[in-house]
Structure formats: C-alpha cells, structure tokens
Design a protein around this ligand. Structure first.
Ligand code: AHR
Length: 501
C-alpha cells in the first residue's frame, strides 16, 4: 500500500519536555540491588554503582527517574534508608513480599542520579503515611535552613540541598492491591492537604496526583474527576499508568498499542479539561505517564504472583520479562503516541529501568545487556527532541481484533530549531503488507537524512539474551530525500526512525 505524510510547520503540537524520556527505579526485585547497585560487582564504582549499567543508562538517554516506587512506596519509611548503613533496619516489604535491607536509600539514589545526569522525581508514601512525613522528606531533600531533617542530610554528608522539583503524591492509590488503597474522595482529600503543606514550603514544586493505574480500572474517569475537582489548583499533573500485555490479545491489536495509548491519554485530557472548564480555569493540568511499558501481566498474575507466605527473600528475581522483537515494535508505537501528545504529556517514565520489566538486564556479578525494547527508547531519546508535529498520515487501514480497522502506518515528526535536526518515527502495524511511504517535510526546513534505522524483525518472537545480546537490533535502512520529500518503504511489522537535518 501507499502512505503519505504531511506536516503543517505552522501548527506544532507542542514542545517535547526533556522529561519525556524517564524511567521508574523501584525497590522491586533486582532493579536496585544487583541492578544499578551492586558493591561487589567487578565494575562497581566507589559508591557501589555498577559502571556497566551506568553506561547503558546513559546510552538509553534517561532524563528523569521516578523513585522509590511503584507499589513499594506505599509501605516505605524513607528514614530507614538514610544515615549509617550498619544502623539501617531491615523490614518486611509488603508490596512485593520480600525483605528490604535499606542498604540503598535516598542519598544513594541522589548520588546515582547526579552521576547518571538524571533528574530525580520522588514519590511519597500516601498509603501508610500522610502530610507530616511528606513535609519531613521534603525538608530532608530540599531544606536550606538549619532544621532537624536538613541537618540530618548534612550530617549524612550531603551539605547541598538536592532541590527535587517533581513529587508524586502516592502511587496507584486507586488500586485495591496498594497498601493503604483509598477511594477517590479519601485520596483526593489526603493528596490535597499534603500538596498544600508541601507548597507552603515551596510553592514552585511540581506535584503529581495519582490518576488511574490502568484504563480498565472501574473507577477510571470518576477517579480523575474527583481528584481534580478537589485539587485543581494544588496539583500540576495527573498521572496515568499504561502496561500492554501481548499475551491477552492478537498480535495485530498488540502492534496497535499506540492507538490504545492515544485513547487513554485523550480520555484523561477530556476529563481534566472538563473539570477545568467547570471551574472556568485557564490552567491546564498536564499528564505524567509515570509508568508505561509492555508487561506480561497476565503471566505474572497467574503464575508468579503466588508469593510463598513463608518466604521473604532479599532482592529476588521478580517480573523479569524477556522482551521480544514484537514488544519493541509495540513500545515504539506507544512512544509515537506519547510524542503526539507532547502538548499535555510532559513526563513519561518507562517502567522500569533494570531487570524488572526493563530495557536493561543484568546478571548478579556478571554481564549487562540491552533488551529489544531498549532500542526504540534509546533512539527516540536521542533524536526525537525539540518540537512535536502532527504527522497527518493518509494510509490504508489494517484489521485488529480489539480495535477494528486502524491506520496501517502511524507516525510522528519532531524538529529541534536549536540544533536544526529532527526525526520521523513511523510504525507499520500491518503483519503482512509493506507500505511505500512519502513524507513532505520541506516546510520544516528538512533537507537531508542524517541516519535511518529500522527494526524489521524476521522473527517477531526473537529476544536478546546475555549470550546473544544483539539478536534484535536496529539496522540501517534506505531512505531518500529530494526537495524535502522523503521516500522509503516500510516492510510489514516494522518501526523506522529517521534522523533528519
Ligand atoms: O512497575 C511495576 C508495578 O506496576 C509498580 O510497582 C506499580 O506502580 C504498578 O502496578
């Protein structure tokens, strides 16, 4: 088939926030321990951080890291993780049924962020805790006066405040699995009073209220409305979490994960704006997609989730999904959707960073490698910056069981005026048909192709492993450009990334 892309240079979608390329670092399984932190590892630096992982994190292009959870945060006492390591208590960790040793905590995370050149984004515990602990942790991280918690930070060797800007008011509080789960109204009151207290310390903090942990949640919509009706002036972001499970749908629907993401994001925008309209507010609530990924959640729920009640392991293997080539395509499609909503999606965190449903895998004491999903994220972070433009695509449709007919080709275009570079990201969702693509990009000032890479796997089930880490990698792809018109062919089931100049 043929696909024709046009872009209106005078009507950008919006600027792409640098925080679009975030990750979640949760105390879950081996994300922290034997993931980013392993003092005994041959590559460990003086702080115990794995250098091999650090290099991959930099290559991945991570800009912001949400910490320490995830579900973990809702039963976490942050003070356990600061001060002399030998004096830190071990605790039962309820969310993932393990022992938390607290060998790694807030200060270690901040040091890791500084070394990785990543902005920290903190989540606070609104499951078992409330306003007082939120104020205390804020004082510890950001306090500049001589007060108890700021002085503790100094005593722990961190003279300068960390000045953390983004704070999540709890995690997935709509989920019955969450420790301290609440109904929308109870959460909204707690989030609001916590937000007000935090903003009494620093009114410029960027606060994220919990939205829905999935689109399928029965409370979706009403939850966001209730939370925002009570807190429209207090918060800046509403969160959304989106995981797609390849095992619960046909492959064509799975490759249309971006279509599903579009509808979820647009549902939240509609809900948030309806609240804003009723309040006659000029303020727009932004969206923090602070967990998104492919996750074989049905497998986790049915097979792995049977925690042995007597077993409380330290840093066990938990949800270490191995990603296929098809997963990388779906993730690339979800990234296109996020960029298409760059006017409202200002933060997005792939969940998670290492080992736990992650782009980076490690062996304890051994190797580190890139999963298939590493590649679309890393390429996006490197080339899709600046301003997002709506790529209007005239394309054939392709059938899916879940969504009916969807556009065969989905795409987004970005352009960064400062560097004079940009990108075209395009997904061919058809499992059977190639697409001859033309894209009219002259109005943006595009004149050349710097590089074109494609994921067009011969085997959609192929995976990367420690022994075969490069089984699925992007390869260079022929793309021509003449008078600002780009031409190429997209093979079936492929994700193309063109760096433009
Ligand atoms: O990322 C794994 C888990 O998914 C997180 O802990 C939780 O927030 C979500 O349900």
């Amino acid at each position: 088939s043929h696909a024709r892309i046009s872009v209106d240079a005078d009507r950008p979608i919006g600027s792409i926030d640098r925080r679009m390329y975030g990750v979640l670092v949760e105390h879950l399984g081996r994300c922290v321990y034997t993931g980013i932190f392993e003092p005994d590892h041959p590559t460990a630096d003086a702080d115990g951080f794995r250098r091999d992982v650090m290099e991959l994190v930099k290559e991945l292009g991570v800009t912001i890291a949400r910490y320490p959870g995830g579900n973990f945060v809702s039963n976490y006492r942050w003070e356990d993780g600061v001060g002399p390591v030998a004096e830190r208590p071990s605790r039962l960790e309820l969310a993932w049924h393990s022992i938390e040793t607290n060998a790694f905590g807030l200060d270690e995370f901040m040091t890791w962020c500084a070394k990785a050149d990543v902005e920290p984004m903190m989540a606070i515990n609104l499951g078992t805790r409330g306003e007082e602990d939120a104020i205390n942790i804020l004082e510890y991280t950001n306090g500049v006066c001589s007060t108890e918690y700021a002085d503790k930070r100094r005593a722990n060797g961190h003279e300068d405040a960390y000045n953390v800007r983004m704070w999540c008011l709890g995690n997935e509080m709509d989920g019955p699995w969450q420790v301290g789960h609440k109904n929308a109204e109870d959460y909204a009151y707690l989030a609001g009073s916590t937000a007000r207290a935090m903003k009494m310390i620093d009114q410029d903090l960027e606060l994220v209220a919990c939205g829905s942990s999935a689109w399928e949640m029965p409370t979706f919509g009403d939850w966001e409305r209730t939370v925002l009706e009570l807190n429209y002036d207090e918060v800046d972001f509403i969160s959304m979490h989106r995981y797609v499970d390849p095992d619960t749908q046909d492959r064509a629907s799975f490759l249309a994960a971006g279509y599903d993401m579009d509808r979820f994001i647009e549902g939240i925008i509609a809900t948030a704006d309806a609240v804003g309209a009723k309040k006659r507010s000029t303020k727009k609530i932004q969206i923090s997609v602070d967990e998104w990924n492919v996750w074989r959640l049905s497998k986790w729920n049915s097979i792995e989730h049977g925690f042995d009640p007597a077993d409380w392991p330290v840093a066990p293997k938990r949800i270490e999904d191995v990603y296929t080539a098809a997963d990388a395509l779906a993730l690339g499609g979800m990234l296109i959707s996020l960029l298409r909503h760059a006017d409202r999606v200002k933060t997005a965190c792939i969940a998670q960073l290492v080992n736990v449903i992650a782009p980076i895998m490690t062996e304890k004491g051994g190797r580190a490698w890139r999963q298939t999903t590493f590649h679309p994220f890393a390429i996006g972070s490197r080339i899709a910056r600046g301003t997002a433009y709506d790529a209007v695509v005239e394309t054939a449709s392709t059938p899916t069981e879940r969504y009916g007919d969807v556009d065969q080709v989905d795409a987004v275009v970005t352009w960064d005026k400062e560097t004079g570079t940009g990108s075209l990201l395009a997904l061919n969702r058809s499992l059977t048909d190639s697409a001859d693509l033309t894209a009219a990009l002259a109005s943006l000032g595009v004149s050349r192709v710097i590089e074109a890479q494609i994921l067009a796997p011969a085997d959609l089930d192929a995976v990367n492993t420690a022994d075969e880490p490069d089984a699925v990698v992007p390869v260079s792809h022929p793309v021509a450009i003449a008078d600002g018109v780009l031409t190429t062919t997209l093979p079936p089931a492929s994700w193309l990334a063109v760096e433009l100049g």
